[in-house]
Design a protein around this ligand. Structure first.
Ligand code: PEP
Ligand code: MN
Length: 340
């Protein structure tokens, strides 16, 4: 349930609302907008509670929402969420490009890639130190040593870092090095992990699960937000279809759908969704044209030698060309971030 109040609602009226909500064993989440104050009521709402709220001072409207997610919904928070990390503004009109290798391998690889992607216009550096691999025999990442190399690349270039955290026990360590924590597709429904990253004061990017509906994905974001962390970014990374030529199928409609349902920034990952380097640029351009707030792109100095995801990694040269075209498409977007 959402309680809408006038912008000039007094503190006393707002406190009375909060106390009444809490007296029923529910949680009040207050969002102070420019035109109104919106109070999200979280928990299991008793049947007569709507009528009760409508009669209280300062209340202009009470809306029952059928959607199971609230904090992540547009109704609750009409304005777009903007997340600032370093020089990047995620959720604004300019697409933010996060780029780097699939996994951190060594200092030279990380620093050279960081410099190359920065020169081409990326504003966030990616690289995995904890890697979710289908086979336990594949390279599973360098762990904390990899995080140290990410920090080194950040010191060299100033680029903030996004990197994946796979286990609740690693959240504190990863948060020491990362500017954004990534929840991978396979962990989108790891609720203990979502709870844990809900407690940190850093942005979290939640990738869409391999077979997750929009609602399940937004509920994963809701977990993080319900823990107190409102800085959530969503990432469409492709879903399972029947086609095996591509690795997954990027659902380009997810971009405008999520912008309609939610105020959270939505970025696209054409690398993991296609699995092939020559499909990355076309699918990146489609995502940007559809309104994506950013892209996650895998780039490697020598994709043939990459320890992970070489076939989908762009060379520095191809990444330069992608950036030129992304900027061109972004410049003709008209209403990049408003709700439909
Ligand atoms: C990644 O971004 O490194 C990754 C493993 O992606 P996903 O979780 O989308 O497969
Ligand atoms: Mn990868």
């Amino acid at each position: 349930m959402i309680v809408v109040m006038a912008r000039d609602t007094s503190d006393d009226d707002l406190n009375a609302i909060r106390e009444r909500i809490e007296a029923r064993g529910l949680k009040a989440q207050i969002s102070q907008g420019v035109e109104r104050v919106v109070v999200g009521v979280l928990g299991s709402i008793p049947p007569d509670f709507k009528d009760e709220m409508e009669l209280m001072n300062g209340v202009t409207q009470v809306v029952m929402i059928s959607k199971p997610y609230k904090l992540a919904s547009r109704e609750f928070h009409p304005a777009d969420t903007i997340i600032k990390v370093g020089d990047a503004v995620i959720g604004g009109p300019k697409p933010v490009i996060m780029a780097g290798p699939c996994s951190v391998e060594d200092e030279e690889q990380m620093v050279s890639t960081a410099k190359a992607v920065k020169a081409a216009g990326a504003t966030i550096l990616r690289g995995g130190a904890f890697k979710p691999r289908t086979s336990p025999y594949s390279f599973r990442g360098m762990g904390e040593d990899g995080l140290k190399l990410l920090r080194l690349a950040k010191q060299e270039t100033g680029l903030p870092i996004i990197t994946e955290v796979m286990a609740t026990a690693d959240v504190e360590t990863v948060a020491k090095y990362a500017d954004i924590l990534q929840i991978g597709a396979r962990n989108m429904q790891n609720y203990n992990l979502l709870d844990e990253v809900g407690l940190i004061g850093k942005p979290v990017m939640v990738k869409r699960g391999l077979a997750a509906s929009y609602e399940e994905w937004l509920l994963a974001a809701e977990y993080v937000m319900a823990g107190g962390n409102q800085q959530v970014i969503l990432c469409e990374r492709g879903i399972r279809g029947f086609e095996t030529f591509t690795r997954f199928t990027l659902d380009v409609a997810a971009v405008p759908v999520i912008k309609r349902l939610s105020h959270l920034p939505i970025v696209a990952d054409p690398s993991h969704s296609t699995g092939k380097w020559y499909l990355v640029t076309p699918v990146a351009l489609a995502s940007v044209a559809a309104g994506a707030h950013g892209l996650l792109i895998e780039v490697h100095p020598n994709p043939d030698l990459a320890k992970c995801d070489g076939p989908q990694s762009l060379t520095f040269e191809n990444f330069d060309m992608l950036m030129e075209q992304v900027n061109a498409i972004a410049s003709v977007r008209k209403q990049p971030v408003t709700a439909g």
